[in-house]
Ligand binder design. Structure first.
Ligand code: ADP
Length: 374
């Protein structure tokens, strides 16, 4: 049986393991916390640090093919494993580029891929020379995640919030719409593109709040988004599953924001909403099977289940029964015992061929379900 290793044991790893149950594979997970969402679903759990060279190297030697559920992993160990014949998908080189927002932006520039104008800064002090560039968004080159490591700098006064580490200073885009496009790349270089998703963010928590797929966009925006996403994955020259996050600006121009080299929150609806889910697709890539069908089976809405504000402690899912009574509503809880404000505790996919009914149901779900403590 083929041995698949996953670096990271959070909810993404958990859903990948659920899909892996359909294949004859042995699964290995590396994660620091033995109570993580993936621990009880894998064949072999290894406790260890994703950032530690020796621990990632030793883990990689146990498997035939290695993948990631988070990009903040020790990339030097992945490079060593590749040299020793372990297949790493996505490639260590692609992960190295994506881990660093400066390298990511430079890749877009080098390949003529539209992206917001930017400068590279090393210290906070340097920003005083770039006031003409404001309003802008300052993004830490390394280590940012889920909106942490991103600071909006609207004016001179906000410069006190600038990062004093290598970062990208990006022009603030007048965002009309945020989109995400998942592209699968097989080990033979074939590609399959998912239908475009349209996101709505929660401005208070800076997290994806609500998503509709397929997105309601013009044909022109769709074509631009697909062309950009394909260019991004070709530039990365790696097999894998990639989520390309895009902005549509006030002039209907499409810009790439960033890319995640892994299964992604923006693709969770694909479990019920598409012929082949993003998790099944990644397994096909890891196993060298033909790519699956990305076709949308129904319009779908994705609602993240986030910890309610002011509640931290053992999680209680208030209103769950009301949600479970609804038709076309699929609940996914990640098995995290403790909640905190804004923590991703699960997601819900809603399917409905009628878009008005879909959005109505999504709002109802959001109204009913609250993750609180007792
Ligand atoms: P993360 O890697 O933490 O997810 P992102 O780079 O995706 O960070 O930024 C988080 C959010 O900040 C985006 O979804 C978008 O709403 C906003 N944002 C990021 N870059 C810009 C920009 N150049 N102009 C305007 N808003 C931006």
């Amino acid at each position: 049986m083929k041995k698949i290793g996953i670096l990271g044991g959070g909810q993404l790893g958990r859903m990948l393991l659920q899909a892996a149950a359909n294949y004859a594979v042995e699964t290995y997970v590396l994660e620091n916390d033995e109570h993580c969402p993936s621990a009880h679903l894998c064949t072999h759990f290894v406790k260890g640090n994703l950032q530690n060279y020796d621990e990632v190297l030793a883990f990689g030697k146990l498997v035939d093919v290695l993948t990631i559920e988070i990009e903040h992993v020790n990339v030097e160990a992945l490079e060593a494993l590749e040299q020793q014949g372990v297949q790493v998908i996505p490639s260590a080189a692609a992960i190295r580029t994506i881990q660093n927002k400066i390298l990511q932006k430079q890749l877009y520039t080098a390949h003529g891929i539209p992206t917001a104008d930017y400068l590279i800064t090393q210290t906070a002090e340097e920003l005083t020379q770039h006031q003409a560039f404001l309003p802008a968004v300052h993004k830490l080159a390394k280590g940012g995640y889920d909106g942490k490591g991103v600071q909006v700098l609207n004016n001179q006064e906000s410069l006190t919030q600038a990062f004093n580490e290598p970062a990208v200073l990006e022009k603030k885009v007048a965002i009309q719409q945020e989109l995400a496009l998942i592209v699968a790349v097989s080990t033979q270089g074939e590609t399959a593109v998912y239908p475009l998703s349209e996101m709505v963010f929660n401005p208070y928590l800076n997290l994806l709040d609500f998503q509709i797929s397929p997105a309601r966009v013009s044909q022109e925006v769709l074509w631009k988004a697909e062309a950009i996403a394909i260019k991004v994955v070709k530039a990365l020259k790696s097999p894998g599953l990639f989520a390309v996050e895009l902005f549509v600006d006030a002039n209907n121009e499409v810009l790439v924001n960033e890319v995640a080299p892994r299964v992604h929150n923006s693709g969770h609806h694909s479990i019920e909403g598409n012929a082949c889910s993003q998790f099944d697709m990644l397994l096909r890539i890891l196993l060298h099977y033909p790519l699956g069908n990305t076709q949308s089976l129904s319009a779908s809405c994705l609602v993240n289940i986030l910890g309610a504000p002011n509640h931290a402690g053992p999680a209680v899912y208030q209103g769950l029964e009301d949600v479970l009574k609804m038709d076309g509503v699929y609940v996914h809880l990640y098995g995290k015992t403790h909640t905190k404000p804004g923590r991703k505790m699960g997601h819900i996919t809603i399917l409905d061929k009628d878009r008005t009914a879909l959005i109505h149901k999504a709002n109802k779900v959001k109204d009913f379900l609250k993750v609180i403590t007792q």
